[in-house]
Each structure stands twice: as C-alpha cells, then as structure tokens.
Design a protein around this ligand. Structure first.
Ligand code: NBP
Length: 471
C-alpha cells in the first residue's frame, strides 16, 4: 500500500505525530531535510509502517493521491522553504498541512498563494507538546473545508479523545482560522500559567507556606473546579527536589526568568489591532518580560522599600480565597479570549463555533480542564452569547467569588506581592459590569484639546463644546 499521509520534519513533534498516525493503522511516509534524522526514526522503530525518503521528490511520489502532506518544521522561513521545495512535485487537489506554531497571517497568505495553484492548504494548531503529539493532541485545523474533509478521518483518529469519546479536533474555519485559534489557546495558556504562579507567590510570600505545603494545596485544588492539566503538573513540580544532589525543592533552584516563543505576544498584538480588551493575557506576557530583568530587579530590591504595614488574615480562610480568586480570574481570562475570537471571527469572516472550540480543548492540549465543559455548555445553550460572564454558570461564580478576589488583591497589594493578572481580572470585571465609565471625562478632554467632538447621552448627534469661551 502507498502511504496515505506523509510527514515532513522529523524533530520531536514530527516524529511523534508520524508514530501516532501509524499507530492508528496508517502507513506514513517520512522525510527530513537532514536524512540522518529520518534514518534514526526508522532504525529506532523497525516494526512500524514508516516509508522513509531521502529526496523530496521520492517522498512526494511515494504518496497515495490526492496527497496529504503534513509539515512539522520550525515555523517561519523553514515552512516557506519546505513549501517551495514541495510545490513543483505536487498536483492540483493535493493537501498540504502545516502543523507548526505558525502566525495566522502567514497561514492566510500561504493559503491564498497555494489556492491559486490549486493546492489545498490546511494550517492546523497542534497542542499537547511532545507527549500529546505521540498519544493524541488537540488539533485546530483551518483551510478549505473540502480539503479538511480529505484529512478528517486521519485527524479524528490521531487526536486526543475527550471523556465522552469525542475527538479533540474539528474544522475551525477558512484560511488562518485554525492557527488563529491556536494562538489564542497559547495566549490563554500564558494567562493560566501566570494565574497559578501568582497564587503560588501569594501562598509562599504572603501566607508564608512551604513549597511542600503549597504542593498539597494545589493537589487539593485539582480535585475541584480547578481540575486541569496545569494545576496537576504544578502540584507535581512542587514535590520535586533538586536533581543535582541537594534536598532543596527544584523550583527554588530554577532561575526566575520567564521565556517565551511569541504566541502570547501575538495574541495581545492582535487584540490591540482589533480593539478588544485583552488585559489578562497581556499582563501575563508583561510578567514574563519583567521577570527577565533579573539584574535590575535584584538591584532595585536593595533600594526600593517594601510596604511597611503587616497584613493580617486567617490562614485557612485566605487559602480558600486565593483558590476562589484564581478561578474567578481564570474565568475573566477565558471571557476575554472568547471575546477576542468573536471579534476576530467577524473581522476575518471565519464563522467560528465557540462551543466546538471549547470542546476540542477538553483533552490533549495544555489548557485542558474540567471547566471547558462549562464553556461548551454555555455556548450550546446560546451560540450567540455576548460574553461568557453573562452565562448563568459563570455569572453565579462571579457573584460568589468576587469578594474573595477583592480581598486577595487588597491583601496582596498591602503585602507587596505582585499580582498583575489578578488585578487585571477584577478591573476587567468591574469595567465590564459598569454602566457608566469615566470615558465621559475622557471625551471632554479629547474635545477640549483636540476638538475631537463627543456624543451626548440625552440627544442624537455629534457635539463640540466651546471650551475656550468664558462662561
Ligand atoms: P523545530 O521547531 O525545532 O524544527 C526543527 C525541524 O525543522 C527539523 O525537522 C528541521 O530539519 C526543520 N527545518 C528547519 Br529548522 N529549517 C528547515 C528548512 N529550511 N528546510 C527544511 N526543514 C527545515 O521542531 P519541533 O520542536 O518538532 O516543532 C515543529 C513545529 O511544531 C514547530 O513549528 C513548533 O513551533 C510546533 N510545535 C511544537 C510544540 C512543542 O511542544 N515542541 C508543540 C506544538 C507545536 P533539520 O533536521 O534538517 O534541521
């Protein structure tokens, strides 16, 4: 049998995806620019139905038609290079898939360019890291619908399965829609991580708990509403000791400089471009940026004073309040993420299905969590829901937990523990629920110095005030 699909790129992700697809009963063609990597995959897995090629032409010719080719190479120039090499050997109707972490605008461009040559192009988000790629990732494919239908049977088999057995993959929309949704997924992932890290910081530096005690708390939290992959791995991380010999928690030996590969920044940049509030993801990006200024922070810690007052609280009560503040903030973050996707869907004409998106994030991906079922339910009840906060379940949580986050933000500020995302969460909530904001004064200022005009609340039209005329 000719291979039903081929994978280009035999680094960790491509290799594991190829093995995953093979394990679902397919023969998989494999190719890598550096041939030794391809050889190694085959020699490490002699029993697998893998068909290696060492030239791009042989690789393309080895495939069943219409060809399905999945690229798992470094996003950016490498993707363009691989497309340019493949293109002369492809036929109309073939389906090229980019599974890299590609910027969605690149996918829109490539989709349009390839469409002109009759080649289908699917840009798909793949989440779940190395293990997800091997055992079943969450996948967010976008491109020509008829092309997706040609790969759907394979994608559905290779994707993670939610508890109800549904594969964590669905057609997201045309051109860049899949990579866009993956970008928002990653932005939300940044936000989730920062919220957990702020909670840890409060437990450690305000409540004064040990790393072991905090590990137990996260373990407990993982049994309730916060049940999620990221809380689970955090609890595990906090139990781990130094692997180089001391008995210290490993977390105390890891340098506090946060890295990033840009997807959080892309989400924030896009939110700014579309005019959507996205303060939580953005604060989580900034939190990484300020963490990198380690030397400056160390110097500043010696000259800038800490708060003088002491904070007082009941320990058990404050731990529960931090849990509630975390869940409340997580809901604000997802409310903003889905709001951004709603605006993007209209702007780029994608017709995104938000309930389906929440559904495919229930398993396989890094943000998998029990509460995604609540988001799915909310959009099932009302596909046109303006904001998650208006759904009964989320409205009720906000009502029950808002006092806790107010208390925690108050205490944290008084204790001098930075909580940029908690603070952004309660500010967003208060802005969103305010019938009147001080933008009336803002409009007056703009009209005063720049004659930018304003609308009035009591009559139609555009107005300008004679600010420079004596009254
Ligand atoms: P890398 O992102 O490290 O890319 C390495 C692969 O790209 C190798 O196969 C390499 O071939 C190939 N490549 C490069 Br670099 N330049 C090339 C060129 N000019 N022409 C042809 N091939 C080229 O691999 P990865 O970590 O497996 O990730 C693959 C994709 O999946 C990336 O887009 C990544 O962002 C995305 N992703 C990664 C994760 C994760 O957890 N790591 C999760 C989800 C998505 P060579 O062997 O010849 O150098």
């Amino acid at each position: 049998d000719k291979p039903q699909i081929g994978v280009v790129g035999m680094a960790v992700m491509g290799k594991n995806l190829a093995l995953n697809i093979e394990s679902r009963g397919y023969t998989v063609a494999i190719y890598n620019r550096t041939g030794s990597k391809t050889e190694k995959v085959v020699s490490d897995h002699p029993e697998k139905h893998l068909v290696p090629s060492y030239t791009i032409e042989d690789f393309v010719n080895s495939l069943e038609k219409p060809r399905r080719i999945m690229m798992m190479v470094k996003a950016g120039k490498a993707t363009d290079a691989v497309i340019a090499e493949l293109l002369p050997h492809l036929d109309k109707g073939d389906v090229l898939i980019d599974g890299g972490n590609t910027f969605f605008e690149d996918t829109m461009r490539r989709n349009a360019e390839l469409d002109n040559s009759g080649i289908n192009f699917i840009g798909t988000g793949v989440s779940g890291g190395e293990l997800g790629a091997l055992e079943g990732p969450s996948m967010m494919p976008g491109g020509q619908k008829e092309a997706y239908d040609l790969v759907a049977p394979i994608f559905e088999k290779m994707a993670a399965k939610a508890e109800d057995g549904t594969p964590c993959v669905t057609y997201i929309g045309p051109n860049g829609a899949g990579h866009y949704v993956k970008m928002i997924h990653n932005g939300i992932e940044y936000g989730d991580e920062e919220l957990i890290d702020e909670s840890y910081n409060l437990l450690r530096n305000m409540v004064g708990l040990s790393v072991d005690e905090i590990a137990d708390i996260f373990s407990d939290w993982n049994k309730g509403e916060l049940d999620s992959y990221l809380i689970d791995i955090t609890a595990d991380i906090l139990t781990r000791k130094d692997d180089l010999g001391s008995d210290k928690p490993i977390v105390d030996l890891i340098m506090d400089k946060g890295g990033n590969k840009g997807t959080g920044k892309w989400s924030s940049q896009n939110a700014l471009a579309l005019g959507v509030p996205q303060s939580l993801i953005t604060e989580s990006v900034y939190a990484r940026y300020i963490s990198v200024l380690k030397d400056e922070r160390v110097a500043a810690s010696k000259v800038l004073p800490k708060p003088e007052g002491k904070v007082e609280f009941d320990k058990d009560a404050v731990i529960e309040k931090i849990r509630q503040a975390l869940y409340f903030s997580k809901i604000m973050s997802y409310a903003q993420g889905f709001e951004q996707m709603k605006v993007a869907s209209k702007h780029y004409d994608w017709n995104l299905q938000f309930g389906e998106i929440a559904k495919i994030w229930r398993a396989g991906c890094i943000i998998r969590a029990q509460f995604l079922q609540n988001i799915t339910d909310a959009f099932d009840k009302d596909p046109e829901l303006d904001n998650l906060l208006l759904d009964d379940y989320f409205k009720d949580i906000a009502k029950k937990y808002q006092e806790s986050i107010r208390d925690i933000v108050g205490l944290g500020v008084k204790a001098g523990v930075p909580m940029p995302e908690f603070t952004a969460a309660i500010s967003y909530y208060d802005s969103y629920r305010s019938a009147v904001l001080p933008a009336n004064l803002l409009q007056a200022q703009r009209d005063y110095f720049g004659a930018h005009t304003y609308e009035r609340v009591d009559r139609e039209g555009t107005f300008h005030y004679s600010w420079y005329k004596e009254q």
